[in-house]
Design a protein around this ligand. Structure first.
Ligand SMILES: Cc1ncc(COP(=O)(O)O)c(C=O)c1O
Length: 345
């Protein structure tokens, strides 16, 4: 980590030596021709893990989300999304600019999608109103908070969607952080959605890639849309090889990240001049509010950087920290003492 304790995101993780070795030894081929054995194996393993018919390797979570939208909605239609979701906030308005659909954002409180509210927003479309094409969930929800959407909530949304004949998509960038916390198999968490993506690059620690999964028909369409976005790849086994390593070795350990994050947040929350909504610390993400008048996020971020600690400034009085596999208990202890010292002095 070049001497820094980097808590800005779990995307800052570097591939470990075993991943590098897997890359060096990967069996490669032309993936557009379906001939990369490592990619094929990763896709097979990932679809099994998620309980989906097929899976497809794409370059990023953003590409997975947009390819999914392109496959599940048509131009001029509408998608229900969480107000704080990545799809709605951090994809360069791709759903409008690329997929050509419009968002109908809803408030998601503590990881709860309100089915009654969603029902009032569903539209079958007419000459003026856009048809609701898709309900897009995110679990864990809110990249600044990492809240868990319960399986019951997902089930209720799916039941509602079925009545109205609308597919449900899951941006599961960090789905495994939720699965280990709930003690559920990833396939159980995906049972109530039609398609899902997860990122290899977050807590799993890979350098690149996301997996999109769903029905055979959906994945066929996704392959075409990935190609249209320039996302068809050749010897993509160099991306898939660390992915395979991650499925075997990096999922179960996510519970440690979640636990470390909670313990760290609990300690921070009693520092005078800081508040943390502990109800929202459910996985590996912590959002911290600065209540001390003379301190703000910019100042705290830059003072921490002088101590070789990186955190993310996400608002005037708000910072975010994400725990990942390169962060030890000792690192968090060091960060805790520095935050306490800076905020209390
Ligand atoms: C919830 C969520 N979805 C999607 C993405 C997009 O992933 P990528 O950065 O690989 O495009 C992210 C990335 O932070 C995310 O947090």
């Amino acid at each position: 980590m070049f001497g820094y304790i980097d808590l800005r995101s779990d995307t800052v993780t570097l591939p470990n030596p075993q991943m590098m070795e897997a890359i060096a030894n990967a069996s490669l081929g032309d993936d557009i021709m379906g001939e990369d054995a490592t990619v094929n194996e990763l896709q097979r393993r990932a679809s099994e893990l998620l309980g989906m018919e097929e899976a497809l390797l794409v370059i990023s979570g953003t590409m997975a989300n947009q390819v999914a939208i392109m496959g599940l909605a048509q131009r001029g239609q509408e998608i229900i999304v969480g107000l704080d979701s990545h799809i709605f906030n951090l994809e360069g308005a791709a759903m409008a600019a690329v997929a050509q659909v419009q968002a109908r954002p809803i408030n998601v409180q503590n990881g709860y999608y309100n089915p009654e509210e969603i029902e009032t927003l569903l539209s079958s479309g007419d000459i003026q109103k856009a048809k609701t094409a898709l309900i897009s969930l995110e679990n864990t929800y809110n990249l600044n908070e990492g809240q868990i959407v319960s399986i019951d909530n997902m089930k209720d949304i799916k039941q509602l969607a079925e009545i109205h004949n609308i597919p449900v998509y899951l941006d599961g960038a960090r789905i495994f952080n939720a699965a280990v916390e709930l003690g559920l198999k990833p396939s159980e968490l995906c049972r109530h959605v039609d398609a899902v993506q997860f990122c290899l690059t977050k807590g799993l620690g890979c350098p690149l890639g996301s997996i999109l999964a769903g029905s055979k028909e959906f994945i066929n369409e996704a392959k075409m849309n990935r190609q249209r976005l320039g996302g068809g790849m050749r010897q993509a086994g160099i991306i898939a090889a660390p992915g395979l390593y991650a499925l075997d070795h990096m999922i179960d350990r996510l519970i440690d990240d979640n636990k470390k994050a909670y313990k760290f947040a609990q300690k921070l929350s009693i520092i005078e001049g800081i508040t943390i909504n502990m109800k929202n610390v459910q996985t590996n993400i912590i959002s911290l509010n600065i209540t001390r008048e003379e301190m703000d996020a910019e100042k705290l971020t830059s003072l921490l950087k002088e101590k070789k600690i990186k955190v993310k400034n996400i608002g005037k009085k708000r910072i975010r920290m994400i725990v990942h596999y390169l962060i030890s208990e000792e690192d968090l202890e060091f960060v805790y003492h520095n935050i306490k010292k800076i905020v209390e002095q």
